[in-house]
Write a protein that binds this ligand. Sequence first.
Ligand SMILES: Nc1ncnc2c1ncn2[C@@H]1O[C@H](COP(=O)(O)OP(=O)(O)O)[C@@H](O)[C@H]1O
Ligand SMILES: NC(=O)OP(=O)(O)O
Length: 319
Amino acid sequence: MAKIVVALGGNAILSKDASAEAQMKAVKKTAQELIKFIKNGDQLIITHGNGPQVGNLLLQQSAADSKENPAMPLDTCGAMTQGSIGYWFQNAMKEALLNNGIDKDVMAIITQTIVDENDPAFLNPSKPIGPFYKEAEVPEIKAQHPDWQIIEDAGRGYRRVVPSPKPLVINEYPAIQKVVDAGIIPIVSGGGGIPVVRKGNQLIGKEAVIDKDFSASKIAQLIDADKLIILTSAGGVFYNYGKSNQVELKEVGVNEIQQHIDANEFAKGSMMPKVQAAVSFVKTTGNPAVIGDLADVQEIIAGNKGTTIVKEAIESVVK
Ligand SMILES: Nc1ncnc2c1ncn2[C@@H]1O[C@H](COP(=O)(O)OP(=O)(O)O)[C@@H](O)[C@H]1O
Ligand SMILES: NC(=O)OP(=O)(O)O
């Protein structure tokens, strides 16, 4: 039995339709994929993003903001999305388990991620959240929200960005470890975890959104996971992505892929954090990390799809 942390990207929760009904439907479909790990005998620790949801929630908050009904700050919105997405996953996983005759408990855990209040990321917002805007819409959006910073997001449109400090520790990791040891499937660090700083015995929320791939890597390291699997909407990691000479990697050593990170070869808002998160896990634990497509779970389990990053590879194996 392998202890596997699975990080789920945008396509695991959200299609074009941001209604609760559509997101629950997408989460149910994702749960049917994740069940394949359980049937394989693996112990799962599930984590997920919240970028679109937390941005949408902030928009709803600001639209209704008043003295009597004040908008909630970003850390609290992060907690709210952790709750809502955790609720969807908890029920979807339990239903999929029951449908497969598997008697296992699932538990979404409100998770806080300790960050450094002097992290330079607080002065340099970089995490895209909420909806995508067309280039022509940007001036109007900026006029409506003069305090927003907006960037072009990996060729997919324009989005608001917020600070995204690096996770230092997942605050609840000792409790998560106990839940894992009890054979329960936990859903943790949703949206990267609520960013907090420690002041004595207090945890103080910070206005930021942590990258879920980095916090997935962190929790995987803290609970000694055998494997980190980042499921997204790409078959695997490509060199020269989108170019005529692109190649998809089947297996690659950390030292080789680190050179491609250092040369800034991966897209900043999409593949770069995944590769960095995977490399950090492999370097710290010596265990492998896989980046692959959510639709390919069965093939990933069989070792036929996805890109595996390993501690030492004699040479990279290209598909
Ligand atoms: N080098 C690369 N290899 C594979 N996919 C890449 C690469 N660079 C950019 N991508 C894009 O990154 C996307 C995954 O990033 P993103 O959509 O941000 O992830 P998430 O699943 O966490 O929401 C893929 O669907 C693909 O279009
Ligand atoms: N928090 C986070 O990384 O969310 P997304 O993966 O949805 O961007």
